[in-house]
Design a protein around this ligand. Structure first.
Ligand code: SF4
Ligand code: SF4
Length: 186
């Protein structure tokens, strides 16, 4: 798939600017290039991107509310899981993840999750994910398996409802962040 150049940022050429069926920046050189170019573009538009920085900070705030709920849910389910989803997850870091991390100044993982489509995530360990929650891609936070959903409904339904509300807010805000950024830099 061809890339389009927006400012100095190379992005996948798709209608939504995010191709959910493709992994990007799988080599170290591409990973360095996208992150350096994104940081460079952001540094060129400090005034124009002020609202986007505020949106990224709001996203960070919602994540901080979400993570304890996820911790509670994972503690009740993942520790004894016979088939950890991370071993077979087809997850990767996308442009919205990178944009949010750059704007909110969140630590960025050293590499994309996988080099090839059939690789296991490089951040998986027998004790779980080795990345801090704030540095995991959205797909890893968004995903609730059937066991977790059932457990949440049974043990803490109100928290599960709040978690669902937060996820909806985050999903919408991530899209708005990308749209606002594209509007500024193109
Ligand atoms: S999220 Fe679900 S499938 Fe994944 S490790 Fe936890 S319990 Fe297992
Ligand atoms: S980044 Fe962490 S949570 Fe996401 S797939 Fe990899 S090991 Fe699992």
């Amino acid at each position: 798939m061809a890339d389009v150049k927006i400012g100095f940022v190379f992005m996948p050429q798709t209608q939504s600017l995010i191709d959910l069926a493709a992994i990007h920046w799988t080599t170290n050189s591409y990973w360095q290039a996208i992150n350096h170019s994104l940081a460079h573009v952001i540094s060129r538009y400090p005034t124009q991107l002020r609202a986007s920085v505020a949106t990224a900070q709001q996203i960070n705030h919602w994540f901080q509310e979400l993570f304890p709920l996820m911790e509670e849910l994972c503690a009740a389910t993942c520790a004894h899981c016979p088939d950890p989803c991370c071993l077979s997850a087809r997850a990767w870091i996308d442009f919205r993840d990178l944009l949010y991390w750059h704007l909110a100044q969140i630590d960025i993982p050293a590499q994309q999750l996988r080099a090839r489509a059939d690789d296991t995530c490089r951040y998986f360990s027998p004790k779980g994910c080795t990345l801090p929650r704030s540095s995991r891609p959205w797909i890893c936070t968004w995903y609730l398996c059937a066991t977790q959903t059932a457990c949440g409904r049974r043990q803490f339904p109100h928290k599960l409802q709040y978690l669902t509300t937060l996820r909806a807010k985050l999903k919408k805000a991530r899209g708005q962040l990308e749209e606002a950024f594209i509007a500024v830099v193109t």
